[in-house]
Design a binder for this molecule. Structure first.
Ligand SMILES: Cc1cc2nc3c(=O)[nH]c(=O)nc-3n(C[C@H](O)[C@H](O)[C@H](O)COP(=O)(O)OP(=O)(O)OC[C@H]3O[C@@H](n4cnc5c(N)ncnc54)[C@H](O)[C@@H]3O)c2cc1C
Length: 534
């Protein structure tokens, strides 16, 4: 090895990244101690999320922090940079990330670079999903969903208007793969158990819907297990809408391909996984958004650049295709890439990756699961028991194992927790989507937002007690509305509704009033606009 320490930099703190660091720490213990090798890991969070257990965070059967393990504790000999990666310069072997509190950029240099950045949830191309659908991938998503469910129950308990009440008590999950099915199973159990704590909600008012584009859910498993899961979920009250795609959303409706609508205030989408934008920008060979690697997990033509996990297109020697994006594969690839990097440092040849998954498992909530392990198909209680045992063993960190085992034990005897944590600060500026004919606000409503049309068109209507409202004007891209009520501090003086599919930018009352009071040119603009419109 050379006199300067060899720098190995890992990007991503999920299964791929953390297990690469863990294995390198073990294999290069002496070299790290002697200062011959430096290990670095850059990740947005300082913890690894154990995603297979994430659905249980919705119901609270596992404590929020018990599915995550601090990376510092798992990898004590790795320099952890808790940062957001901004760009990668492969020519100069450098990675730029944003510093924590300031806007100054931070640069890290490497000799070996491991990409383990996973994929991201993308709602591109489906109107309204980015604004209204909840993703389900990170810890924060599970917490947001849990809080949303409790919030809707709180609202429904006091809501008298039947239509609004129905939307509040309808929960829709899109995606019949593992994460969608596990999420809908937990959500269904949770909402039905939690509703018992509310005086005015009846069990028969609750509607939980799973949308799946195919004919059978869990297509990754043999058909008999998918059929078992469908029967079980249906028995527990989940409405299965098969051969049905989610096409978009508004604030209170799930829009289905083919024109159907489901009124809901809780829409979860587990379907779209897109390439990580940092990965998509790289001048490296790609296969459907994943970095192409050879059988040794190194990028062809880029010596010292490696990739593992969901962001890598790893050839599967058995099937001739690509390895599936699972935690099982990511961890095996991670230990393998670590061995190959050590071989490269020592001038030895790298070895080809080969791994056959031991099985697949999916939890269906309340002591039931489906599993196929070493070709054996299991369903019901035994599969659930195996699911829990295997995942408990795989959960990184002894303290987390103890905590989760304690959570599961207490969950058997304690009532469902219905505390709603209000952690999010409301956004001052947000995007919204409106369907043709949908009302943005009505005459007489409180003025709470200023709107700017970014795409589409709205019409302004004056009610004035007449049977047919009088159209006042139409507004298109670049034009704003809603300013009169905000400036005058009176209720809305007209109704506004979309004439076609319309996207708007909404600025909240407080932000608008702060700008209005402190920015004279803006104040002048709005005063003359109001004058003209009056
Ligand atoms: C709800 C759910 C349940 C699942 N259940 C199972 C299961 O039961 N069994 C199974 O095998 N698989 C399961 N999976 C799939 C499995 O979790 C993934 O295949 C696995 O996490 C992939 O690991 P990875 O390291 O490639 O990516 P990830 O785990 O996604 O890690 C990517 C890391 O990169 C970081 N990152 C990304 N972009 C940046 C940036 N710009 N700057 C800094 N850091 C960044 C992220 O913060 C994260 O730490 C599940 C997935 C989900 C969402």
């Amino acid at each position: 090895m050379s006199a300067r320490p060899s720098r190995i930099l890992i990007l991503g703190g999920g299964f791929g990244g953390v297990y690469t660091a863990l294995t390198l720490e073990k294999l290069l213990k002496a070299e790290i101690r002697r200062g011959e090798v430096e290990l670095g890991l850059v990740s947005r969070e300082n913890y690894i999320v154990f995603q297979p257990m994430l659905p249980e965070v919705i119901s609270g059967s596992i404590g929020l922090l018990d599915t995550i393990t601090p990376i510092r504790r798992l990898c004590p000999h790795t320099n952890l940079y808790t940062r957001t990666i901004e760009s990668i310069d492969l020519d100069h072997r450098s990675v730029a990330s944003t510093a924590g509190f300031g806007s100054r950029q931070h640069h890290l240099h490497y000799d070996h670079l491991v990409f383990a950045l996973g994929n991201v949830t993308s709602f591109a191309g489906q109107p309204g999903l980015a604004e209204y659908a909840l993703p389900f991938k990170y810890l924060g998503d599970a917490l947001t969903l849990r809080n949303r469910v409790i919030h809707t129950l709180e609202e429904a308990d006091i809501e008298q208007e039947p239509e609004l009440r129905r939307a509040l008590l309808t929960f829709v999950v899109a995606g019949g793969g593992f994460s969608g099915v596990e999420a809908v199973a937990e959500l269904n159990d949770f909402v039905r158990a939690a509703a018992r704590g509310f005086r005015n909600i009846r069990a028969e008012e609750i509607r939980v819907v799973l949308l799946h584009a195919g004919r059978l859910i869990l297509p990754e498993l043999p058909a008999s297990l998918g059929e078992f899961a469908q029967r079980l979920l249906a028995r527990r009250g989940v409405e299965l809408r098969l051969n049905t795609r989610l096409a978009g959303a508004t604030a209170d409706t799930a829009l289905l391909a083919g024109g159907d609508r489901i009124a809901t205030r809780t829409l979860v989408s587990t379907v779209p996984a897109a390439p990580n934008p940092i990965v998509a920008m790289l001048p490296l060979p790609m296969d459907r958004g994943r970095i192409v690697v050879d059988s040794g997990l190194e990028v062809p033509g880029s010596s010292g650049v490696w990739a593992v996990g969901d962001c890598a297109a790893v050839p599967d020697a058995k099937t001739g295709g690509l390895c599936p994006p699972t935690a099982q594969h990511a961890t095996r690839q991670a230990t393998h890439v670590a061995r190959n990097i050590v071989a490269a440092l020592r001038g030895e040849p790298k070895r080809a990756f080969a791994f056959t998954a031991l099985g697949k498992m999916g939890s269906l909530g309340r002591r039931s699961a489906v599993a196929e392990i070493l070709g054996v198909r299991l369903s019901g209680f035994l599969a659930w028991w195996l699911w829990r045992t295997i995942y408990l063993m795989k959960l990184p960190g002894l303290d987390r194992k103890i905590r989760v085992a304690a959570d599961w034990t207490l969950d058997l005897v304690l009532p469902t927790d219905i505390v709603q944590l209000k952690t999010d600060r409301a956004l001052a500026v947000r995007r919204e989507y409106f369907e043709p004919g949908q009302v943005v606000f009505r005459e007489g409503d409180r003025g709470d937002w200023l709107y700017v049309v970014t795409e589409g068109e709205v019409e302004v209507l004056k009610d004035g007690g007449a049977a047919e409202p009088t159209p006042l004007r139409r507004l298109g891209p670049g034009e704003c509305f809603g300013e009169i009520a905000l400036v005058s501090d009176r209720p809305r003086s007209a109704t506004v509704r979309a004439t076609c599919a319309t996207n708007v930018l909404a600025v909240d009352r407080e932000a608008f009033q702060a700008l209005f009071a402190t920015l004279p040119p803006l104040r002048g603009f709005f005063e003359s606009l109001i004058e003209t419109r009056r």
